[in-house]
Design a protein around this ligand. Structure first.
Ligand code: NAP
Ligand code: GDD
Length: 338
């Protein structure tokens, strides 16, 4: 083992895990991560890190494991002996959680508990980060949500995240473990999963610009979210674990916008009107919706010196540009600059 700090990430193959792995490697960490076995490659977002071999070994070290499998978690913790654990692994799609509540709870709620118990049993002074979500606020009880706002979860996913959040608080209070919760509002990027609404829109905009698609089918356009830029949010995760005492932090931009506004911006960026391409499909409606999320991240700004920088308009443009490139188009010639 080297003298560098060691981090272990669950969920490294996802959007946030890939940005976090890059950030920690750049900060000089020895980075390890848990990946699940699947019949196709799931490592596309981190392939560049895994292939990158340094003097000290690989930039990113991968271990098979699963939040559903206690033995694999115990084994990887024993092998890696991490200083910091970032628990990002989750069935993270809210709509899917209505169809698979048991699996979602197993991965998100029980998975977090398994990992916390496995860390506790190592007896080592590990710092633990839990990837909490603004979905926990659900049917919001105040117009701006902060660390004191009551949770009112509206989906099996959000209920499982509340369990995980409380489990982290419990391990902190009962066993004196260093467990910190991030309560992150929506954050997006070109690496966002294609089934989440922002990426679904920007990918469709690029395909429509390329003449490969005409229409985009969406559900509720009125829902409002506080949308930030993912690379900035993983920086907040790291800062949360560098505090002398474990604590919980809301991470958000402080602005809220509707799905319709995002679609309007994304289509306008290539000189099109969203109304000509977007069709309504009731299958994308959820049994219970979260109508409005808007975060108050003033504690993060004060304590972590963290503040969101990328604007809503820039976020849409960054994502459209990346999807245009993926379609073989040059954003400079396709995108409008007015
Ligand atoms: P994502 O792209 O959906 O990635 C989820 C990751 O979890 C993937 O690496 C996935 O692996 C892994 N995973 C799923 N089930 C697992 C299991 N049973 N055991 C181990 N790993 C498992 O999610 P994300 O957007 O990066 O979000 C990261 C975390 O932050 C999640 O916990 C999410 O719930 C939470 N969060 C996200 C946001 C947001 O706006 N992005 C906001 C608040 C909180 P495979 O590749 O094998 O499927
Ligand atoms: N996915 C999706 N697909 N959502 C749609 C669609 C569609 O076709 N049409 C409308 N929406 C609406 C949803 O009903 C929701 O109100 C909003 O778009 C955002 O949906 P998602 O992008 O799926 O994200 P989310 O807000 O439900 O959940 C994301 O953010 C949470 C943080 O608040 C996920 O990343 C969660 O894992 C995360 O915790």
């Amino acid at each position: 083992m080297t003298g560098r700090p060691r981090a272990l990430i669950t969920g490294v193959t996802g959007q946030d895990g890939s940005y976090l792995a890059e950030l920690l490697i750049a900060k000089g960490y020895e980075v390890h991560a848990v990946i699940r076995r699947s019949s196709t490659f799931s490592t596309g977002r981190v392939e560049h890190l895994y292939q990158d071999v340094h003097e000290e070994g690989r930039a990113l070290n991968l271990h098979y494991g699963d939040l559903l499998d206690t033995g694999s978690l115990v084994s990887v913790l024993g092998k890696v002996e991490p200083d910091e654990v970032y628990n990002l692994g989750a069935q993270s799609h809210v709509a899917v959680s209505f169809q698979m509540p048991e699996f979602t709870a197993d991965a998100v709620a029980f998975g977090t508990m398994r990992l916390l118990e496995a860390i506790r049993q190592t007896g080592r002074p590990v710092r633990f980060y839990q990837a909490g979500s603004s979905e926990m606020f659900g049917k919001v009880e105040s117009p701006l949500q902060n660390e004191d706002t009551r949770f009112h979860p509206r989906s099996p996913y959000a209920i499982a995240k509340v369990f995980a959040h409380q489990m982290a608080v419990f391990h902190r209070e009962a066993y004196g473990m260093y467990c910190a919760n991030g309560i992150l509002f929506n954050h997006e990027s070109p690496r966002r999963g294609e089934v989440f609404v922002t990426r679904k829109i920007t990918q469709a905009v690029a395909r429509i610009a390329a003449g490969r698609q005409d229409h985009l089918y969406l559900g509720n356009l009125k829902a409002k979210r506080d949308w930030g830029y993912a690379p900035e949010y993983v920086e907040a995760m790291w800062r949360i674990l560098q505090q002398p005492e474990p604590d919980d932090f809301v991470i958000a931009t402080g602005e809220t916008h509707s799905v319709e506004e995002f679609a309007a911006l994304a289509f306008a960026s290539v000189g099109r009107r969203w109304q000509e391409h977007v069709r309504y499909d009731p299958r994308y409606e959820r049994p219970a919706e979260v109508d409005l999320l808007q975060g108050d991240a003033s504690k993060a700004e004060r304590v972590l010196r963290w503040k969101a920088r990328t604007t809503f308009a820039d976020l849409a443009r960054i994502m459209v540009a990346a999807d245009l490139r993926a379609e073989g188009l040059d954003p400079d010639s396709v995108m409008r600059h007015d």
